[in-house]
Write a protein that binds this ligand. Sequence first.
Ligand code: HEM
Length: 358
Amino acid sequence: MAWLLLLQATVGFAASVILFWVFLSRSNWIAGEKGEGRKFKKAIERFFQLLVPSIALDAIPLLGWVDWGGMKKDMKRTAAEMDSVLSVWLEEHKMREKKRGKDSGEEEEADFMDVMLSRVKELQQIEGGYDEDTVVKATCLALIIGGTDTTSVSLAWVLCFTLSHPDVLKKVQDELATHVGDRRNVEEADLKNLVYLQAVVKETLRFAPAVGFVVTHEAMEECAVGGFRVPAGTRLLVNLRKMQLDPAVWGGDGNDDDDDPSEFRPERFLTGRGAGVDVRGQHFECIPFGSGRRMCPGLSFALRVIHLVLARMVHGFEMKMNISEEEDWKKRLRIAADPSASDVKVLLTPRLPSQLYE
Ligand code: HEM
């Protein structure tokens, strides 16, 4: 065991030195021109923040306690901040629960935290030895963290793709005109009739899944995946973005709608190879919410929100985006997972009678 650790330390140290040397020789700080001192300082900072932790901490477990770059400290501070927010909510909910108990006449709608509070009380024993408050706070936090960015990023992409493809936008507008008309707003009950809009959402989740790599899963027993032996205990990361754009899965059977998975074409889910494919974890060619026991529990909620928001936006507004169809979306996707983090802007003009916006 000791020799293994020594070997790890030597390899880790050698790798660090080589990378340090390559890094410095690539940054031209030695030239000594004005401002180069700052460049050197930045290069050193970058080295210590990014390269050293990733090499040393992974290669030398003994150094796990060293917090290079202060990342662990930052994570702990963020966790403490989030916990304090959740603790305030929890106290408020407990107080409201007490008040409700005394004044039983008052009818108030229970939210998720109220339901969690009453459910944990019914449990005989909590797995892992956690107390009730921790379980309630952690579950609420998991839903907030899991559901916020994913939904907003998917909404931003679906709007970007729809608005930058005038043919797609026109088909969605026509479908809304047929099934909803212009005398009322779109309701949830209309969504089942909006088949083309559903295909637009599926194509967006295929083309730009909000989660590029599914959360790490560990093989419980030995298995084979694509001809590779996977021993029990192996940690696996599924590359959704790559899988969902794979020509071997999506392209080339001669049908126009099927060709070129790197193009945004909702039709592939209507008449192409994707017809009959849904995104609920049953069809492995498109699993933006993962699959199996640990797949996304917010799937139904997220899909409802995305469909309804897209339908309401397209139905209610004429929209113009500052980015054209010719925009290289593939390049943009590589740069930013979130289009709203870049310079995309949309101008909205109402297109329905004014009383529908009240
Ligand atoms: C478009 C929106 C969303 C996408 C694309 C998405 C995607 C995913 C993916 C890929 C996973 C990992 C699944 C796996 O490991 O197999 C996941 C897990 C999870 N998602 Fe979502 N999600 C979305 C919205 C939501 C919403 C709205 C919520 C909550 C209200 C949510 C809560 C969670 C939670 C708690 C997990 C962890 C589940 C577990 O580990 O057991 N997600 N999501």
